[in-house]
Design a protein around this ligand. Structure first.
Ligand code: CO8
Length: 260
């Protein structure tokens, strides 16, 4: 597939994907979804790639939301018939089992904030701004904002943001647990790539299962989550990388991972 709305490159074991509609502040339309779906599928299928970074082009926006111009003329029944927006969670979250990071370089509003929250974690530029302003358009979040933001920052703050449409700056986002870390804008992508390279150098099965374990915490009760965690831990003890990792520790050398 030839991409027109995103850019992709690989650096070692890390894939960098850049939303590339800067004139529209990287607004997310159907073409972006189709291309991102394809790029993430390639990343997932390529055994040489172990972690990905998603960012936005330009200094202004990660993504300023779903494309309002695309949605404004769409016949209402089509939203339901197409199950509009379902592809984001189905193709970008559920099918991607390898870790990926959102590097938020400016506005992450509406669908942009929701896309960032689909990542395994968010690194934010000091200029980043997060928000769910859909109410001002007469609608509401449609790609997970009301659910993932509430789980990330709690009911009170999520409710205030959804009801007023106000933006949260990077410091408040870090304080509230929405982002893992704040990085100066000029260093953001390099820092995210370095972090991704660290993850990519970890035993790959352990990386995937760590991701699955943490995500399980959002889907289940504590008891069921603890059982799932134990089972995944027990499965990992049967891997070649577990034997290698423990031998490497005892022999005071770096591990040589097989991903088996
Ligand atoms: N969609 C399409 N185009 C956009 C979007 C967007 N979400 N955001 C910005 N743009 C475009 C502008 O139209 C403008 O284009 P043009 O130059 O052709 O006029 C260009 O990007 C630059 O934007 P501005 O001139 O507005 O830049 P400012 O610096 O003045 O403002 C803001 C920046 C504050 C980010 C402003 O652009 C803004 O408020 N954008 C919209 C933010 C928003 O409301 N996002 C939520 C969208 S809705 C959504 O994501 C989910 C909807 C779920 C419900 C679906 C059911 C129907």
């Amino acid at each position: 597939m030839t991409y027109e709305t995103i850019l992709t490159e690989t650096r070692g074991a890390v894939t960098l994907i850049t939303l590339n509609r800067p004139k529209s502040l990287n607004a997310l339309n159907s073409q972006v979804l189709a291309e991102l779906t394809d790029a993430f599928a390639q990343f997932e299928a390529d055994a040489s790639q172990r972690c990905a970074v998603l960012t936005g082009s330009g200094d202004k926006a990660f993504a300023a939301g779903a494309d309002i111009k695309e949605m404004s003329d769409k016949p209402p029944a089509d939203f339901y018939i197409e199950d509009f927006f379902s592809g984001w969670t189905a193709d970008i979250v559920k099918k991607v089992r390898k870790p990926w990071i959102a590097a938020v370089n400016g506005f992450a509003l509406g669908g942009g904030c929701e896309l960032a929250m689909m990542a395994d974690f968010i690194l934010a530029a000091d200029t980043a701004k997060f928000g769910q302003p859909e109410i001002k358009l007469g609608v509401a979040p449609g790609m997970g904002g009301s659910q993932r933001l509430t789980r990330a920052v709690g009911k009170s703050k999520a409710m205030e943001m959804c009801l007023t449409g106000r933006m949260m700056d990077a410091e408040e986002a870090e304080r509230s647990g929405l982002v893992a870390r704040i990085v100066p804008l000029a260093d953001l992508v390099e820092d995210a790539m370095k972090t991704a390279t660290t993850i990519a150098a970890m035993p790959p099965l352990a990386a995937m299962m760590n991701k699955e374990m943490v995500n399980t915490a959002f889907e289940t009760t504590l008891d069921q989550g603890l059982i799932a965690e134990r089972r995944m831990f027990q499965v990992l003890t049967a891997t070649e990388d577990k034997a290698e990792g423990m031998a490497a520790f005892v022999e005071k050398r770096a591990g040589n991972w097989k991903g088996r």
